[in-house]
Design a protein around this ligand. Sequence first.
Ligand code: DQA
Length: 144
Amino acid sequence: MKILVLHGPNLNLLGTREPEVYGRLTLDDINLNLKGLAGELGVELTIFQSNSEGALVDNIQSAVGSCDGILINPAAYTHTSVAIRDAIAATALPTVEVHLSNIHSREEFRAKSFVAPIALGQISGFGADSYLLGLRALFNHSKK
Ligand code: DQA
């Protein structure tokens, strides 16, 4: 099984970016944890981070035919991007949306996700564990 892992804008700054909200792990730490779990599950990961909406859309499109599912933290684009939502819907691939923080307990604008309605589900508020829970959820769903 192959999973595309996508990290949206500003997640390259994890570790130093608002650590009281997002924790002290870096993106490399999170990716290492993901690779560890993927190894246990026998899943192959392709991991990509971008601050650019278009680059994320291009990567989502490229998953068709090469990946079995998408694990995505769209970051701020969660709340704004019809383009990312449409790209995910176009792939018809099972997709899990994850967030480090609980987007439902923060500013009102963060509670709205354009991606959630077309995702299998959303995991939000468990810090770096959100990614691991999301990978497990995607794996369990896709192996059925
Ligand atoms: C985030 C939550 C978003 O609201 C925010 O814009 C981010 C990170 C999270 O993982 O908690 O950049 O997606």
